[in-house]
Design a protein around this ligand. Sequence first.
Ligand code: AMP
Length: 542
Amino acid sequence: MLGLMQDWPLLMHRIIDHAALYHGRREVVSRSVEGPIHRTNYAQVAARARKVAQRLARDGVKQGDRVATLAWNTWRHLEAWYGITGIGAVYHTVNPRLFPDQIVWIVNDAEDRVIMVDLTFVPLLEQIQDRLPGVERFVILTDAAHMPQTTLRNATCYEEWIGAVDGDFAWAAFDENTAAGLCYTSGTTGSPKGVLYSHRSNVLHAMIACTSGMLGLASSDVVLPVVPMFHANAWSLGHSVPMAGAKLVLPGAKLDGASVHELIVGEGVTFSAGVPTVWFGLLAHLEATGADLGHMTRTVIGGSACPRAMSKAFKERYDVQVMHAWGMTEMSPLGTVCTLKPEVAGLEGDAYFDLMMKQGHSPFGVDMKITDDDGTELARDGKVFGRLKVRGPAVARRYFRHENEEILDADGYFDTGDVGTIDPNGYLQITDRAKDVIKSGGEWISSIDLENLAVAHPDVAEAAVIGVAHPKWDERPLLVIVPKKGALSDPSAVIDFMQGKIAKWWLPDAAVIVDEIPHTATGKIDKVTLRKRLADYRLPGF
Ligand code: AMP
């Protein structure tokens, strides 16, 4: 017997319609790519998204077609998302920080018909457009006054492009499992792979994100996603913030400490989200200027492990609660957030920060387990670590164009490629990427733990740990340090500083100073490149 409740497909446009109807005057503030601060609201964003949809339909874009964006977080990018999905087409967020060759590969693999592009990236596309034969048109996300001279084929100015239609357009109707968004994984090995979100997965993921154990968004919040919309759906914020009816503040192209701080204070931001690299910049700015963080009370930090020193600085100096989070493109991306369950609510001092080093607990909608290499589930005791596997309605079941390749285990779990522990309260702690864990004498050493410890040294700006070959132990940890300006002549001082804070056999065998640690296009330490750069390194004595 079937239930007798309404069939209300979970479609993306319902989110922006809800925001427009119930929170219509709530502001969407952006630092425009052209420069000035731009103000609009959900009612206007929804109305203009309809124009995007209408215009795409008029240009012959059909359900299932891919429309790429190479764009910063701005109101126009948001309108594009909802407009594209409103006709059943698929927004494909391209990470402009990728190498041009990777962008060419991804756009061709996705078969994007249209590219919507910010002024910043027009020169980049001009260079590679000849290698993108499938792209019919480039829509430049600007107005007529700022439209550049460009060789891009069929280049149109966004404002004129949507200005040519009246917005009298009904969203298309289709199944909630229809594809909505496409995002390629960073692809440190092999070709990047496309993760194809559906309307249903995006809406469910946003609902999950809004819950209080996760991001806990409310219409009274003022949310600043520093994390780009091209980085795994801006961690849901392009969907969950309008769903919650919260004010949205979008940082455009300027992600430096001073610019981010100006928005935080000027717009009354209460909640923000970004990778550690961005927050290093903000904290350095605050230290240099003596400024505070205004009304901000929470910030989500993820993408790579949040160092303890960062969590402490936010809490103790600025009274901002860091919500450490973990996830991945394949998970839409939120997997866990470190918010306080009653079991741990009373923790203080070091015990509190020990907990905050964990990546958090999973919400309803993310099943999580750790297993050994044979797939046998391991204990949730917070000590034993194993391969982290997940399943849920917003987790990938296949990659785009690899529909015949099984990526789930017999119980429907996806192997994240991460290694971690789960404690009896359900809190996950990521030990490492399976590929980065250091295998010393048959035991594993967490590079993340060592990096966290090293950056707590006052003279260290950034640290990375990689395994280097050792004749007896297989691999031993090498600490790679970028010192703060002018500080630290002897890198072994950092190893001395780590003494007594971790097991002795975890201590790095050596430390080297470098000018710069390479990062991936999503801001993570690029260990593949780092290992290549240090391929000739030999531990002292070998
Ligand atoms: P991406 O798909 O580019 O978002 O990358 C996902 C990967 O980033 C995960 O599989 C983890 O290896 C890593 N990651 C994300 N968040 C964290 C975190 N809080 N701590 C450690 N690693 C993280």
